[in-house]
Design a protein around this ligand. Structure first.
Ligand code: ACO
Length: 435
């Protein structure tokens, strides 16, 4: 028997049967329940989408209470241990792990698209010397739509795949150019002999040597960090990607919007904020006073808490292990001691326990990135490179989903009722109006 929910309207005594599918009711079914004479029916009010499923998706599964994260059914722990970023990217996009031949072709396709048009390089040269690399990244990804005008053919399968290859392949090149620009060093062209992350390190850090040889431990650590950040279902930036993409704009424009959403300190900017916070705390002795401040409502413990995870973020566990491997090569980040003690104290504190606040993926990622030689300003850019595959996979799934239309939430209007235009000399200023 189909599951239903019976709602009794106390005002009229009428009963309504709503079908329950996949643990949800259709918001549109509520329209049957009339609120007034002339209305479109009952709606839900859900600021920040706290309890609204906006799509069906087969890509990523999260159980926030149990701390489970699966890409296409595969546990993140197994992928971090055994997969590579490019193989995981294939899995996220196409739904299955590739065979050896499929992976070879896929790697070849991505590798063949790593270069960017020389005019993109020139375009990037126009940014101020101290421009934030994330601002440069967002603008440049958006500008790709002017170079690849076939990107508009979003319902042509071949064209769509071409744009996906271009995006995954070119974001590291753009990110590296943005970084080199910010430190005033010449751009380094991609080296197609190297792996995805090895080449990225080459474009970032190559100096005068003829051939850059990435440190294999750091190359692997970066690959693992990219796997961990590849997708995370309907988060702020992915919702932005889907929402912008639902207008049927090209994927470069949509991805620039998603990257902009990622830039904020509550999302991809969190690891940068963590490092600033650790620096501000300065020493282990200052931690109790800092925690007291946070509990008093003055600021947040950055890198803690998550909308979905109400237990330890599974990615944070893997990252802690990766941190040890990186620090063996680079030496310990001096801020690590503060981070470990901060985590220990917070996890024993009533305030954090009752609110189920645990370290998220970004609590330790910044410490690793910094130890690897990345500037703090590059952190959100690194996140954007890894998340590009999630964004394009979710974008494509949205485009092919017959349930989807242009995204357009409702509102509850709380403004003035209809009133007549007032002539200038009859207006009285409102007390709180800007002068
Ligand atoms: N430090 C202190 N208190 C916190 C924190 C924190 N980091 N996070 C949440 N709280 C408190 C809130 O003050 C609130 O307390 P109250 O009930 O007494 O008012 C309660 O916990 C619930 O918080 P909300 O803001 O309602 O939780 P929400 O799900 O909206 O926020 C978020 C999730 C944005 C991640 C939040 O935990 C936060 O700001 N964390 C710090 C920023 C951060 O690390 N972001 C990275 C997220 S992971 C990522 O994007 C990859």
């Amino acid at each position: 028997m189909a599951e239903t929910l019976t709602i009794t309207d106390n005002r009229t005594g009428k009963q309504y049967e709503l079908a329950i599918t996949d643990g949800t009711i259709r918001a549109n079914d509520l329209k049957k329940i009339k609120v007034g004479d002339q209305d479109g029916g009952l709606a839900t009010y859900d600021p920040a989408f706290m309890n609204t499923a906006a799509c069906r998706s087969q890509i990523t599964y999260i159980d926030g209470d149990k701390g489970i994260l699966l890409y296409r059914g595969y546990p993140i722990e197994q992928l971090a241990e055994q997969s590579t970023y490019l193989e995981t990217a294939y899995l996220v996009l196409f739904g299955e792990l590739p065979t050896a031949e499929q992976l070879r072709k896929w790697t070849h396709q991505i590798t063949m698209h790593t270069m960017v048009h020389e005019n993109i390089k020139k375009f990037m040269e126009g940014f101020q010397y101290d421009a934030h690399p994330m601002g440069v990244f967002i603008s440049t990804v958006g500008a790709l739509s002017t170079f690849y005008t076939d990107g508009k053919q979003i319902f042509d399968e071949t064209s769509r795949q071409r744009q996906i290859h271009r995006l995954i392949a070119k974001v590291p090149t753009i990110a590296a150019y943005a970084y080199r620009h910010s430190i005033g060093r010449p751009y380094v062209y991609p080296d197609n002999d190297l792996s995805f992350t090895g080449n990225f390190l080459n474009m970032l850090f190559k100096m005068t040597e003829l051939k850059y040889q990435p440190n294999t431990a750091l190359e692997r650590a970066l690959d693992v960090l990219f796997i961990l950040h590849a997708d995370h279902e309907q988060n702020c930036s992915t919702s932005a990607m889907r929402s912008i993409g639902s207008s049927q704009v090209d994927p470069y424009s949509a991805l620039a919007g998603a990257a902009a959403a990622l830039y904020g300190p509550l999302h991809g900017g969190a690891n940068e904020a963590v490092l600033r916070m650790l620096k501000e705390i300065g020493s282990v002795d200052h931690i109790p006073a800092f925690i007291k401040r946070v509990k008093g409502g003055d600021g947040r413990l950055m890198g803690f808490g998550h909308r979905v995870y109400k237990s330890y973020d599974p990615r944070a566990k893997i990252i802690k292990r990766t941190a040890d491997e990186v620090f063996e090569v680079t030496g310990k980040n001096p801020l690590l001691e503060i981070a470990l003690e901060l985590e220990r104290i917070a996890l024993e504190d009533e305030y954090f326990i009752t609110r189920k606040l645990y370290p998220n993926v970004d609590f330790y990622s910044g410490l690793i990135y910094q130890a690897m030689g990345f500037d703090v300003a590059m952190f959100p850019v690194l996140f954007a490179i890894a998340r590009t595959v999630g964004w394009v996979a979710q974008w494509e799934e949205m485009l092919l989903d017959e349930d989807q239309k242009i995204a357009r939430p409702k509102q509850i209007y709380t403004g003035a009722a209809t009133r007549d235009y007032v002539a200038m000399d009859l207006r009285t200023p409102r007390q709180d109006a800007p002068s």
